[in-house]
Design a protein around this ligand. Sequence first.
Ligand code: SAM
Length: 245
Amino acid sequence: MRIDVITIFPDYLAPLREALLGKAIERERIAVGVHDLRDWTHDVHRAVDDSPYGGGPGMVMKPDVWGEALDGVCGAADSAAPVPRLIVPTPAGRPFDQRTAIRWSAEPWLVFACGRYEGIDQRVIDDAATRMPVEEVSIGDYVLVGGEVAALVMIEAVARLLPGVLGNPLSAEQDSFSDGLLEGPCYTRPEVWRGRAVPDVLRSGNHAAIDRWRRDQALARTYQRRPDLLAELPEGTLNKADRAQ
Ligand code: SAM
């Protein structure tokens, strides 16, 4: 997969080169390009923003600069070359979730357009949507100062699903949300720590009992913390033993 990020703060994306993602780049599982939006400015101040039409506080990112940047990174309107899926992080977007991450993990090329100030002139997004798939996406119901952290969150969620990125692919399959539930608690050595013992069943060697315990813990945790997820489970997902919980 190829991932490009356009931002006025390229250094913000430095964590992409760390840890698991850094290794995935080294192993050429993903190719990442980080682009400075100001490279597409033509004035001495390298301005990327201007005051909003209609008045109000804050500044809006200029369409001319963003338009040229997207042409440069994604390909110009008259090109017959393949186009990426353009992701525009915004608190006013549709919620990003694990399903979105799974869907995007099948894409060959993602481009993230990181806004700042009050956001990007809407015509940039509307114009891009005439020649490539575009999604305006929020990572949660709060407002950040820029799209860079949101892009990092989404890139990490997508990249860990790509083949060969996680050491053990089974861990992604057993994570929270994979079966519609939150994952239950996990434990490692020592057996007793500060007077707290690991649950007996996990040391029993009885795999059926361990699976049942894990499932019960996942159900209880989801019920307590995210009852909305239980309501969304497809009909027939819960068996008799689950319902006895
Ligand atoms: N005026 C915008 C609004 O109220 O919807 C908020 C703009 S915010 C201060 C600046 C930038 O931060 C946005 O353009 C977007 O790139 C990013 N951003 C802020 N909160 C976000 C969120 N919850 N999810 C994704 N991106 C976010």
